[in-house]
Design a protein. Sequence first.
Length: 349
Amino acid sequence: MTSDKNGITYADAGVDIDAGNALVERIKPAAKRTNRPGVMAGLGGFGALFDLKAAGYTDPVLVAATDGVGTKLRIAIDTGKVDTIGIDLVAMCVNDLVCQGAEPLFFLDYFATGKLAVEDAAQIVEGIAEGCLQSGCALIGGETAEMPGMYADGDFDLAGFAVGAMERGGALPAHVGEGDVLLGLASSGVHSNGYSLVRKLVEVSGLGWDSPNPFGEGTLGDALLAPTRLYVKPALAAIRTGGVHALAHITGGGLTENLPRVLPEGGQATLDLDAWTLPPVFAWLAETGAMDEAELLKTFNCGIGMVLVVDPASAREVTAALEAEGETVVQIGRIGAGADGVNYLGSLI
């Protein structure tokens, strides 16, 4: 069928199918690098297949998690530095999965934008693939949505979906009790929570993203874009020692809100704030906003990105397993009896 009329195309409406196809081709090698036992098909199908038996499971229970990066995206967009934001996306999902005792198996991403810029999108997905690689899970699918009129020029949003598994009976938390030791794993910075406040404090400071970092090297924007630490492989190594009763990913709500999620009724976590030093980024944020300690502890991770609740008899072995995986481990407290919640001793500020 032919016509002399020049009809309106999808591209005229702002959606470039060719750009989408170019992106898929660009990211295929990155996704392929994340292949692991169990992956049955690569990118391009209507759905992704995964074989649990091939992954080594006998009687598996599936665990799923979904999350985003929040307004940390705004800094990435404004600075044009988008190569690590995908690591954040993976970390926010898989760090939650491992707290249930599960091994992350595969990951899917959702990337939405007003106009697809192939190079930027490729850097984002390559960051996602890097996060998957570091976590031992496969990037087996996703969705790229070009939606003109929904997003301002240059803006985008990200969401991620992780699925993991554990053998039946291996769910955490389990057997948390009085006397258990709390081991804190160092964070790599602010991670991916509290960024609406971070951005407000930067505004109050009068600095810009390209200003010299007031608490370290480089620019302020680069420092605040430090990717979220991935705790999956160290946490799984610790779980295999047999002495881990629970893990708490310290995200929105900080230590104050996240530790109680793994405590039994009538259990109280007592933390010694003198056990570790508040990292410079949090000291600067607190000083800039004249924040009190309680607000700091229920907003940010304050230098502790993951907490393990451990049988005291196993604390040394668990610590050794974590340190062998490159973690900085600090004993930050214990579980005792008392009112539910967190009791703080000492001071960070």
